[in-house]
Design a protein around this ligand. Sequence first.
Ligand code: FAD
Length: 405
Amino acid sequence: MKIAIVGAGPAGLCAGRHCLKENFSVDIFEQTGLIGGTWNYVACTGYDEDGIPVHSSMYKDLKANLPKQLMSYEDLPYKVYQESYISQEQVLDYIKTYSKKFRLEDHVKFFKRVVNVEPQGNTWLIEFEDVRNNRREVQFYDAVMICNGHYKDAIIPEISGICSFQGDISHSCHYRTHEIYKGKRVLIIGAGTSGCDISGKISSVADKVYVSCKSKPFFPLPDSACEKPLVKEIDGNTAVFTDGTSAKIDAILYCTGYRYSFPFLSKKCGINVTDKNVHPLYKQIISIEHPTLAFIGVPLLTCYFPLFDIQARFFLSTLNGHYKLPSKEEILQRLNHPVASKPSRPLTKYHVLGEATADYFEKLATEANIKRIPPVISKLFIYVMMRRCVNERFRIIDDERWEKL
Ligand code: FAD
């Protein structure tokens, strides 16, 4: 079998590793000249100096928000770093080591952006473009694994009066360093992982930081930041909040998250994509319409590296004949799926795993009779999620605690 993988980030490399382990032939299409996806820090945004699109939303001095134990693939432990929460460079170094160990780069087609994925009979047409000269080519595969990441396409909510604002407006996908906010009054909109983490960095140099939150901040905000409710309107350089308070501001940074985006999927793939939902997928992985098409890494709020491992193995077990998928009708009947009659959760939260991570991992392993993700991984994940909610210094505290253990 010949398998095409879209993207050489952590998910695509992991998918490649498992394909090779199963003796499938594999091509990994990567639009940039780099492996590691998001984990590459690129100082510019948009296009780099060679006109190559910048994929990564990574910012300077980022420390992972999960301990390294939750950011490891199953067949490569981390080097013995003293600290648990390691830096972007250390994560990238790990991904490169993984790629080298399993000779994955030999299979990467660099600077090749996939522009069309289309089912044709029992095969898949993959059309790709060389981003350096726009030349297009077509190749055919037996199966496709989509690993293009979902921290790239910004969601920017509409705010009344935003056009009257004369200051700097940006989104976290373009945020690189806090220095540009020195001495400014900054409004951060959104208090998810990025909003909370970035507010800590900007607070160290800004005159004032306001964080507008829809609900409880993901991590506690730094003491110097001022928590605010939703923005009602922007009037010139004044932000008016829904509680009637207002603040003078010089810059706005949207930390309002990302949308799923698969611009290369032909309509014939039968995949419906909204900002927060991709369906119909079996187990959030396999296309129900075309079971030789898989998506690796769609779930949110989970430990991604173990997720990539088990999702890739689950899909490949259907290709190598070890596990037979239920029929389309059966799947639609028994799934808590958007196309089934009663989804159990709102569609916008459908892919958010959180505490359900353990259950999700277990069900994949049991159903396909594949190796489990050790339960300690999901236990540690729940522990970390709880710590992150209550203490902004969670990284330091956990390091100290684990050192004692
Ligand atoms: P990506 O890393 O985004 O890689 C996707 C790859 O696909 C890229 O190389 C891209 O160029 C390529 N690609 C896209 N479209 C095409 C195309 N059409 N053709 C060819 N190639 C294409 N996760 C954690 O576990 N811990 C953390 O602490 C953490 N912190 C984060 C901080 C930030 C600021 C961000 C943005 C994300 C963070 N994440 C974190 C999540 C992170 O995205 C995942 O860890 C991981 O990088 C996802 O891997 P991926 O391969 O799915 O996607």
